[in-house]
Design a protein around this ligand. Structure first.
Ligand SMILES: Cc1cc2nc3c(=O)[nH]c(=O)nc-3n(C[C@H](O)[C@H](O)[C@H](O)COP(=O)(O)OP(=O)(O)OC[C@H]3O[C@@H](n4cnc5c(N)ncnc54)[C@H](O)[C@@H]3O)c2cc1C
Length: 424
């Protein structure tokens, strides 16, 4: 049996970053990770604020030693070239002015390894095994986790706080501690992806998004001097109806989704197996409680199109460490049923903002492109960078919410307009 202050389930970016932030505050932790790193993971493009989170973790020097590309912005190509917009990565200087910035695109096998290595260097203990059960007292209070080690032995880890950073496994929800996993709005989609060599690249290695129609799009993310991550996203039934092998479907869709993608992939070589992730959109309400909280994908994932996953995982890691330190050191919330309720509310504020932005993009892509490219350009630069935790909505975000409210009203009054139109 082991004892620690914080047991962290999952050594991905969310879990490892939580351990690094906790170590800075003198709090001991154990990370439980079921996979041996380096391991493949999808999700290579960072937002501007995510890049800042990486610097705040003290990882800028390590980033120089891994293959990566510099991201100056994102271009979203509209259907057949219409509604295209570009948003640069920018930060706010001390006077609140927008100034040029950059962030990174990186192979996750490299990135996730350097974050986990740093967590271990900073003092967290890494236990290789799979968390299988939550330890609870008779009144239900969480006090640790049970782990099946790589050699099959069972280890119990007692902790003052349990952090679920298990990603899409959503361990605390699946084991009935946190709330139920509800389907997200962008469920029933399939992302099929690989890494390729031989793609035609622009002078700058930015993240490119290619829109075909609602829930049907592709990404193009250069991740080192030779390699590009390409993914195609389609409704699940569209793929099923194709009756094609996944690899054939992937290579064919690259040419079908958008001419701006097709011209970049005349003859590419796959350097990774073709993988897929389905039904990745979900939401868990009630992801904190006495002695536990969730970070990153362990409680919510909306839609990958604007590359916010790593951003949320790293941002929430810092917030979680602050909340845990206040709880353990200063007794903040000790008398409350849920000492981490404020953390949960703050996380949801950022995620709800992105949910609203995505809803507007998918329902009204042309208005969205106009807002982003012209009408509310600065507000959209802020949103895409990840400055999304303001209680007062910017004019751009208010416009997004107005459109969403209109669309919701229309859907109620004329549901036939929103019936699924099969893709051709
Ligand atoms: C198709 C797609 C494309 C994406 N593209 C982007 C992108 O371009 N940019 C971006 O920022 N994000 C992207 N994302 C999202 C991003 O990958 C995730 O949001 C991010 O990895 C979340 O980090 P995390 O630490 O919460 O979870 P993860 O990175 O998934 O880490 C969870 C860890 O927990 C471990 N684990 C799980 N269960 C257990 C257990 N029981 N015991 C022990 N260990 C366990 C796993 O092995 C894993 O290492 C994309 C997602 C999808 C689906």
């Amino acid at each position: 049996m082991k004892k620690t202050e914080v047991a962290i389930i999952g050594g991905g970016p969310g879990g490892a970053a939580t351990a690094i932030h906790l170590a800075k505050k003198g709090i001991k932790s154990i990370i439980i990770e079921k996979d041996t790193f380096p391991r493949f993971h999808i999700g290579e493009s960072m937002t501007g604020e995510c890049g800042q989170s990486v610097r705040d973790l003290g990882l800028e020097a390590e980033m120089q030693n891994v293959p990566k590309t510099i991201k100056w912005g994102v271009t979203v190509y509209g259907q057949s070239g219409t509604g295209t917009f570009w948003l640069p990565v920018m930060k706010r200087d001390e006077n609140g002015e927008l100034v040029k910035n950059f962030t990174w695109q990186v192979k996750r096998s490299d990135f996730d390894r350097i974050v986990l290595d740093k967590a271990v260097q900073d003092g967290t203990e890494l236990v290789l095994g799979k968390a299988t059960r939550v330890l609870q007292q008779e009144d239900g209070t969480v006090y640790g986790v049970e782990v099946r080690l790589e050699n099959g032995d069972i280890e119990t880890i007692e902790a003052d706080v349990v952090v679920d950073a298990s990603g899409q496994t959503t361990f605390l929800s699946t084991t009935g501690i946190a709330g139920k996993k509800e389907r997200g709005k962008y469920d029933r989609q399939l992302a099929i992806y690989s890494h390729v060599k031989g793609a035609r690249r622009d002078d700058e290695d930015n993240t490119l998004i290619f829109y075909e129609q609602k829930n049907h799009w592709a990404w193009f993310i250069p991740i080192d001097d030779e390699t590009v991550s390409i993914g195609v996203v389609t409704p699940s039934d569209y793929y099923r109806d194709s009756n094609e092998e996944m690899r054939d479907f992937y290579l064919r869709e690259m040419h079908k989704i958008n001419p701006a993608l097709s011209e970049r992939v005349p003859d590419v070589t796959l350097v990774e197996e073709v993988r897929a992730t389905s039904n990745y959109s979900y939401h868990i309400h009630g992801f904190t409680g006495r002695n536990y909280l969730c970070v990153g994908d362990a409680h919510r994932f909306i839609d990958p199109i604007f590359s916010f996953g790593l951003h949320f995982a790293l941002k929430e890691a810092g917030l979680a460490a602050d909340a845990i330190a206040a709880y353990l050191h200063d007794g903040v919330g000790r008398d409350l049923e849920n000492p981490f309720a404020a953390y949960e509310e703050y996380c949801e504020l950022g995620m709800d903002t992105i949910q609203d932005v995505l809803d507007c993009f998918w329902s009204s892509p042309i208005s969205f492109a106009f807002f982003a490219h012209e009408r509310y350009r600065e507000d959209f630069i802020d949103i895409f960078a990840g400055r999304i935790y303001q209680k007062d909505a910017s004019p751009g975000l208010q416009a997004v919410r107005k459109i969403n409210a209109k669309m919701a009203r229309l859907e109620k009054e004329q549901p036939e307009l929103f019936e699924h139109v099969p893709a051709d």
